[in-house]
Each structure stands twice: as C-alpha cells, then as structure tokens.
Design a protein around this ligand. Structure first.
Ligand code: FAD
Length: 425
C-alpha cells in the first residue's frame, strides 16, 4: 500500500469516528481532506452528497450556494402552465447539512488556484485540497442589444434559472389579454436543456387552450430546426395545439426593444409580442471565468472526462452545464448528476493516490411535458472512449417515446422526486 493511500485511509478512519461522535452537529469539523463545492444545483449538490457518502463522512466538505433552498429547473415549465407552484419544485439544503456538509449561503467571488482558496462575498477564505465548480450558466447579454439593463431584463424575462423569474413570467402570462401573443426566442445550440424551450411552448399552449383560447404561442428558433424530440413536439403542435402554436426556424435574434416588447432578427421582420420570453445565448457562469477554467470559445470549460478535472487548472473539477460537452451530451440536470458521481469517485481515488476509473459509463433521461400529465422522454448512454478521450454514445442504447402518455407522466414526477432525494438527502 502506498504511503499516500495509507495516510488517506487513516484520515478516513479518523473522520468516521469524528463524524460518529458529532452525529447531531450540523457542521462537524472533520479531519479529512478539504473539498469546496461552488454551486448547489444538480451537479454541486450531488457531488457534495456523494463525496460525503463514499468517504463515510470523513471529508471536510463545504458547499457554497447563495440560494436558501434548491429550486429545480426541471418541472419549472409546469409553473408557467399553471399546474405546479414553485414551492413544489423547492427542496431545502437541510439534508446535506444534517449529513455534515457545511452549507454556506454565500456567493464565491474569487478562486486562487495557487493558494488553493476560494473567497466568498463576506470575505472569508475557504482553503481546499480539491475544488468542484458546478455554477451553471450565465447569459451573454452583450449578444442581445437592448437587453443589457436591469430594467429591460425585468420586462423581457428568460425564466431559464428557476425561481423568481419563473413566477414573474407566469404572472405576465396571467395578466396577458386573451388574443395576445406569447413569443419565445431560442438561442443557437448549445444551451441549457435542448428540449426545454419546446416543452415551455407546450405548457403555455396548454394554459392558453383552457384560459385564453384566442391567444397564440410563437416559437422563434435561432436554430435551423427543432433540436430535440422534433417529431414528438411537431405532432403536439400540429394536433393538440393546432391553431395555437406556430414554429418558425432560423430566427436569429439580434436585439430587443424592451419598452415595446419587440424582437429584431438577422433576416426577418421585427416581431412584436404581448409577452416576450428571450432565452439569451449562454456560457459557463462568471466564477468559472474568474477561476481560469473557461477554455473553449470563451464560453465553456473543457474537462478530462475521467475525472471532470479542468484540462487547464489542476485540482479544480467542473460539472454540469458549465462544461464543454462531449458529442451528443445534453446540458441537463440528469447529466450534471452523473458528472458529479464520476467526479466524486475520481476525487476520492486521487486522495487515495489512485488513478480514476478508466471506463466510466453514464446515462441521461430527459422528460418533456406535453400537457400537465402526458409526457415523452429521450434517453442515452455515454461511455468513455480511450482513443478519442471523450464520452461517446453507446450504439443501440437509449431511445425516444413513441408518443405522450400519462404513464410517462408518472415516471417523470418519480424521476424528479428520486433525483432530488439522490442529491439532497
Ligand atoms: C425550463 C428548464 C427545464 C429543464 N428541464 C430539465 C429536465 O427535464 N431534465 C433535466 O435533466 N434537465 C432539465 N433542465 C436542465 C437543468 O436544469 C440543468 O442542466 C442543470 O440545472 C445543470 O446543473 P448545474 O449544476 O450545472 O447548474 P444549476 O443546477 O443551475 O446549479 C448552479 C448553482 O450554482 C449557483 N452559483 C452560481 N454561481 C455561484 C457562485 N459564484 N457561488 C456560489 N454558487 C453559485 C447557482 O445559484 C445555482 O444554484 C431544464 C432547464 C430549464 C431551464
């Protein structure tokens, strides 16, 4: 047994007894190596939980997350449709705190990779042996002239981070006159959750059909075609939502006038909306840029897919939407949860002086709600390819629903409950 491994196992043992002694404490101080996790979303909460569980509670884990509770983007389109409330998608961080993860309700502001510290907004410095960043996305407002100011952003909402914007967009829909037009602008891929905008169109149409039947949903897509579950969404728009939803491809947004709710495009005429929902182009969140781990197109963080460690900055792992994805890998919550498990195992191996698992296999499932209960899914399996040094989809794996069903609706709600429990308890 190597020296490093022996020392690590000793530290693990010491940590276990410390954890057992202070089972009731919310933030026991633990003697094992220190891991700081930035971001308590799908990637960050999962990695904190699994590092804790797989080390038998011996690591000293700190989760930095400004929000008081986790709010899920998956299912948040149902809040726009009106069949769910934001409280239905909100889960406390208490489960992680009870495990002994130190949860700090703050924003990380500065990463110093040389000193191996993270500074948080209240100026405290958190030392780390390994840092995990799962901070999600930020919006590239500079690419949407007219949407730079807080006033414009308060009128033209994205609702692409679940929370106050989701509730505010629902209020705009409720306040809209019957006969009005809801316009949703979709950025060019890659963006967070490929099927999400199309699911949103279905949910708003579901609401209009019942509450404001003369209203329309106009999808203005910056892509050449529907980028996910095309046949299933088209069928829904041409059948269930015929006369309500209109889909137009190749609508590349070049700016907005927030005061008149008008959107401008590269080629086509301006479009005026009653409710304008712009999903701006996206990149890895600011803290990733500050940490120096954004390496692809000034937008995303390239990682070693065996460990999710940055290809540029050692001992910093990046998960979730912030990474430069492998081919055909969606930016999804399910995927972020899977990244987190590969990273947690690799970090524990590194502390034990071992190489990461050379053959990780991960999977994805994405459900989309066509109505309040009829659902479709897409799924895929991704395996590490030694030669290509990336994750590739396993031939013949995965698939797509033949059509929406209420049974899949039950599966989708179970998926959400299970993944939230997996991350947060
Ligand atoms: C409408 C919609 C529907 C979706 N539906 C699905 C679905 O059905 N299935 C699915 O799998 N995925 C879905 N997604 C995608 C999914 O939400 C994302 O892929 C997932 O949230 C990515 O996880 P993450 O950890 O990268 O980021 P997030 O889950 O966004 O977590 C990032 C966290 O980091 C925090 N943070 C940011 N900066 C800092 C900082 N400096 N310091 C501390 N904390 C910070 C944020 O507050 C946030 O809590 C959907 C997304 C949307 C918008």
């Amino acid at each position: 047994m190597s020296m490093q491994r022996r020392e690590f196992l000793k530290a693990m043992g010491a940590g276990v007894s410390a954890a057992a002694l202070s089972a009731c404490a919310v933030s026991p101080s633990r003697s094992g190596p220190k891991v700081v996790v930035v971001g308590g979303g799908y990637g960050g909460a999962t990695v904190a939980k699994y590092l804790d569980m797989w080390s038998n509670g011996s690591l000293d884990i700190t989760l930095v997350e400004p929000n008081a509770a986790f709010v899920s983007c998956p299912l948040s389109n149902l809040v726009l449709g009106g069949s769910k409330q934001i409280a239905d998608l909100t889960v406390s961080y208490d489960g992680l705190a009870k495990r002994g993860v130190r949860v700090i309700a703050e924003t990380a502001t500065v990463v110093d990779p040389l000193r191996q510290t993270v500074r948080i907004r209240d100026q405290r410095e958190l030392p780390y042996d390994r840092l995990v960043l799962s901070p999600g996305i930020d919006f590239m407002y500079e690419q949407v002239p007219g949407l730079g100011s807080p006033e414009a952003q308060a009128k033209v909402l994205h609702a692409w981070k679940a929370g106050p914007q989701t509730v505010a967009l629902r209020q705009q829909l409720e306040a809209m006159r019957d006969g009005g037009v809801f316009v949703i602008s979709i950025p060019k891929a890659p963006y967070r959750c490929p099927p999400g905008p199309y699911e949103r169109a279905c949910q708003v149409a579901w609401y209009f059909k019942r509450a404001k039947p003369r209203s329309k949903v106009l999808i203005l897509d910056g892509n050449e075609d529907v980028v996910s579950k095309k046949g299933l969404f088209m069928k829904a728009w041409n059948e269930d939502y015929k006369g309500i939803v209109e889909y137009r491809p190749n609508y590349v947004l070049t700016g907005v006038d927030a005061s008149t709710l008008t959107a401008r495009f590269e080629v086509q005429e301006n479009v005026k909306a009653d409710v304008l929902n712009v999903i701006p182009p996206q990149r890895a969140n600011d803290i990733a840029g500050q940490a120096g781990v954004i390496t692809a197109n000034n937008r995303w963080c390239e990682v070693d897919f065996l460990s999710f460690e940055s290809i540029k900055v050692p001992k910093i792992h990046v998960l979730g939407d912030a990474i430069q994805i492998a081919p055909l890998m969606p930016k999804s919550g399910h995927m972020a949860n899977q990244h987190a498990k590969v990273a947690a195992a690799a970090i524990l191996n590194a502390f034990a002086g071992q190489a990461p698992n050379p053959t990780p296999v991960i999977n994805n499932t994405c459900y989309s709600f066509i109505t309040d209960r009829d659902v479709v899914h897409v799924c895929s399996v991704h395996q590490y390819d030694k030669e290509k040094k990336t994750l590739v989809t396993v031939p013949g794996s995965g698939g797509l629903s033949p059509g929406p069903t209420a049974l899949e609706g039950e599966y989708a709600f179970s998926w959400a409950k299970n993944i939230w429990a997996d991350m947060l308890t």
